[in-house]
Design a protein around this ligand. Structure first.
Ligand SMILES: NC(=O)c1ccc[n+]([C@@H]2O[C@H](COP(=O)([O-])OP(=O)(O)OC[C@H]3O[C@@H](n4cnc5c(N)ncnc54)[C@H](O)[C@@H]3O)[C@@H](O)[C@H]2O)c1
Length: 285
């Protein structure tokens, strides 16, 4: 597996481009927007520069990695001849189904075909194609270079061979891969959201302050960031959407969004991006 095509070169696509290029693969980034492609290449260059400055990347690795990256607005041209195709286009089911219909027709028969969806059903994406056994989820985390985990999602019809290829490819990038059956929230969102929502319920009930609830998990459980600060970073609106999706699909009180979350979202307190959430992000701490 030497040629990798990445479909969608936005926030995640260029991060995946960086880790694949540095791992020695030849990478074609493809996107509908030429400016996005140029920005993606520039971002990868900056990340490599920063690696060189910190002594983590040699000048030679930087030069070779940049030399292995090419850009294309032509999807079919980019995936024809790829051994690995990773789709990282916007989180819209119909768009991903359409892309995979095209990818199944054009990509070589033995290519690994993966979607970086963070919440959609891999089985539903795959079902729209004529090669559902080849479509697998590879859920990377943001920022891709720093985050060690890749969730490999096995759809209802994904073959063991495709799952194995995705696992091996993730590990070849220096990541730790786990295999999860295609279920709402996979493993990460399903567990992470419960912790976040329960922390909000504790805040509502006056159990402790937001900072103390976060400190409890940071120092008591060694979490790098507490659940409320993490919610501020992710965005309260994003977490509410995930909670509602999981509540609708899995049921159970654990996924029911607490009133405090709905009220804060309605008031525009979305966390870091709006300047206010469970913390004040505008006043220097
Ligand atoms: N942002 C995150 O933290 C994160 C984390 C894990 C997974 N994801 C998932 O990764 C995927 C991409 O998310 P993102 O945050 O990088 O989004 P983004 O909006 O930054 O990038 C998506 C890119 O896809 C391009 N695109 C749109 N239609 C296309 C098409 N038909 N063909 C090719 N490219 C097309 C857009 O021009 C854009 O550059 C989503 O499925 C998302 O759920 C995101």
């Amino acid at each position: 597996m030497t040629n990798v095509a990445i479909v969608g070169a936005g926030a995640m696509g260029h991060g995946i481009g960086y880790v694949t290029a540095i791992a020695g693969y030849t990478v074609t980034l493809t996107d509908v927007d030429e400016d996005v492609l140029e920005r993606a290449r520039a971002h990868i260059g900056l990340a490599l520069d920063s690696g060189v400055m910190r002594g983590k990347v040699s000048e030679e690795t930087r030069r070779e990695a940049m030399g292995r990256i090419s850009l294309s607005t032509n999807l079919e041209g980019a995936i024809d001849g790829a051994q690995v195709v990773i789709e990282s286009a916007p989180e819209k089911l119909a768009l991903k189904q359409d892309l995979f219909r095209r990818i199944c027709v054009t990509a070589p028969r033995d290519a690994l075909l993966a979607t970086n969806t963070s919440s959609l059903s891999v089985s539903e994406i795959a079902r729209a194609t004529n090669c559902p056994e080849r479509v697998v989820g590879m859920h990377f985390f943001n920022p891709v270079a720093a985050m060690k985990l890749v969730e490999v999602i096995r759809g209802a019809e994904t073959s063991g061979e495709s799952t194995g290829k995705a696992h091996a490819f993730a590990e070849s990038l220096g990541k730790k891969a786990i295999v999860v059956r295609d279920t709402p929230g996979f493993a990460t969102s399903r567990l992470g959201i419960v912790l976040g929502l329960e922390a909000m319920r504790m805040l509502e009930q006056g159990v402790a302050s937001a900072a103390d609830i976060d400190t409890a998990m940071e120092l008591g459980y060694n979490h790098p960031v507490g659940p409320l600060r993490l919610t501020d970073i992710v965005g309260l609106d994003v977490r509410l959407a995930v909670a509602d999706h999981l509540h609708a699909s899995l049921g159970g009180d654990a996924f029911a969004a607490p009133a405090i979350l709905r009220e804060m979202v309605a008031a525009g307190h979305l966390g870091k991006k709006s300047g206010r959430g469970f913390y004040d992000w505008l006043t220097p701490q």
